[in-house]
Design a protein around this ligand. Structure first.
Ligand code: ZN
Length: 460
């Protein structure tokens, strides 16, 4: 008896704890990830598998029809007019059977929402053409204009038009979903845009993180570094959920602009373990999730939030990396001619370039760079020190940890030689630095507290 009561109490406590973790730290959050390769497009490839087509509204998937698209299929935005014939049908198969009996017409099952189907004949390029067809059709028909979310699916012997006001077209595979050559957990929604649609992966936070961690760092890295990355990515995502521009149709994009995410195809056992063993764990300051920015390599010392953004952020303070931290090194050389082009590309007019100087923050990172010319000078500050070079070979500089020197051995003027360390804005967690700390025996929470000043690790 006593043993049973204890077991019941144990279950009760476990439920309480997990509910607390879920409610407080959002591990049950649904994330909308914008797939940049499928942004503002009019057509994409899906399938290569069986697919449940559906309707997505408010991040909820409502099933429409199970289709075998093993041979692949395309989904395209529909700008065409159709005429609806034959009234309503209760299922895809009923609409398909009716369409199949309309000899001499291009007839396609069309989902109208609310579980009802129609059969569309067309397409017609204008409402006039559709009206003509409507007048000529021997039985009852209705002209249908394209809506912003109307799409046409075609492939593997299946065809359907999605034309429902109840949400956007969506689809999901049995476990993974294929689109444009990549695989995803969760489901894919085609969100209408001004020039077509954008594919959005609607997915649970923890499943999403399983794809983020190995897209951001090598899965072969030390497990404590992978856990630190999982917590930083989880916290950053929750921050983006609050901060993102909802008019885009997604919360976060899948490139390094926000956070790299190549889908489920990147997953590895080590990185999945890093996510599952830290489920719900986030980084907080004063009880709130922090803006957990991170970079590839801080180059020995991180930057101060105020130096990059101009606003003081208590947990983004400049900190030194531990001795022996692996540092990414790089170098660039710009000829006098290339420098002239870069100055012009930045819209500056300083006459013939004479000299270049830099100023450093207390932590040693470059704060500003000044180009002195015969008539005037031009100064760039903060992250503009990197982006000044964006139109040149190699693009923006890797980081703002560097030394400059001059090479006068060429013809006209001089060449600028830049030898640098680090990769990225230098704020918050350094990925290379985290792996070096993990190899030196630090745990993931110690790593996070090193790079984010004064924070708590919550939910562990
Ligand atoms: Zn982004």
């Amino acid at each position: 008896m006593k043993k049973k009561a204890l077991a019941a109490a144990g279950i009760f406590i476990a439920v309480m704890v997990s509910m607390f973790a879920l409610n407080t730290y959002g591990s049950n959050e649904i994330i909308r990830v914008g797939l940049k390769a499928c942004e503002n497009i009019t057509q994409t490839q899906i399938g290569g598998q069986t697919v449940m087509t559906g309707c997505s509204s408010g991040n909820k998937f409502t099933e429409i029809e199970y289709m075998d698209l093993s041979g692949g299929a395309s989904v395209s935005k529909s700008y065409s007019y159709y005429i609806a014939v034959g009234g309503s049908f209760p299922s895809y198969s009923a609409a398909k059977a009716y369409a199949g009996g309309l000899n001499g017409y291009n007839a396609i099952p069309a989902f109208k929402g609310g579980g009802l189907w129609s059969v569309y004949i067309g397409p017609y390029e204008s409402s006039e053409r559709a009206s003509q067809a409507h007048n000529n059709y021997p039985y009852e028909s209705v002209v249908c204009a394209p809506s912003s979310n109307t799409v046409y699916l075609n492939g593997s012997g299946e065809r359907m038009i999605y034309d429902s006001p109840g949400g956007n077209f969506a689809f999901a595979g049995d476990t993974l979903t294929n689109i444009n050559g990549r695989t995803y957990r969760g489901y894919i929604e085609l969100y209408p845009t001004a020039s077509g649609f954008s594919a959005v992966n609607v997915i649970g936070l923890e499943s999403y993180l399983q794809g983020v961690v190995p897209s951001e760092v090598p899965s072969s890295w030390n497990s404590e570094a992978l856990k630190a990355q999982a917590c930083a990515a989880r916290t950053y995502t929750l921050h983006m959920l609050e901060a993102s521009d909802k008019s885009l149709g997604y919360d976060i994009c899948d490139t390094t602009h926000c956070q790299a995410y190549n889908g489920a195809g990147e997953e590895a056992e080590s990185t999945n373990n890093a996510v599952s063993s830290t489920t719900g764990v986030i980084i907080t300051y004063d009880g709130s999730p922090i803006d957990a920015v991170y970079c590839a390599s801080a180059g020995g010392v991180t930057d101060d939030g105020a130096a990059v953004w101009g606003t003081d952020t208590p947990y983004l303070k400049s900190v030194k990396e531990i001795d022996g931290t692996a540092v990414y090194e790089w170098s660039r050389t710009y000829t006098f001619q290339q420098l002239k082009q870069l100055i012009a590309a930045n819209g500056a007019q300083i006459g013939k370039l004479v000299y270049i100087d830099v100023s450093r923050s207390e932590n040693g990172r470059i704060h500003s760079m000044t180009f002195y010319g015969e008539s005037s000078s031009y100064t760039v500050e903060g992250e503009k020190v990197r982006t000044f070079f964006s139109s040149g070979e190699g693009g923006s500089l890797e980081s703002r940890v560097f030394d400059i020197s001059f090479d006068h051995s060429g013809g006209e003027g001089f060449s600028l030689v830049i030898n640098g360390k680090g990769w990225g804005h230098g704020l918050g967690l350094s990925q290379y630095g985290a792996n070096s700390m993990a190899q030196a025996g630090y745990t993931y929470d110690q790593i996070l507290k090193h790079y984010y000043t004064g924070v708590e690790i919550s939910g562990s």
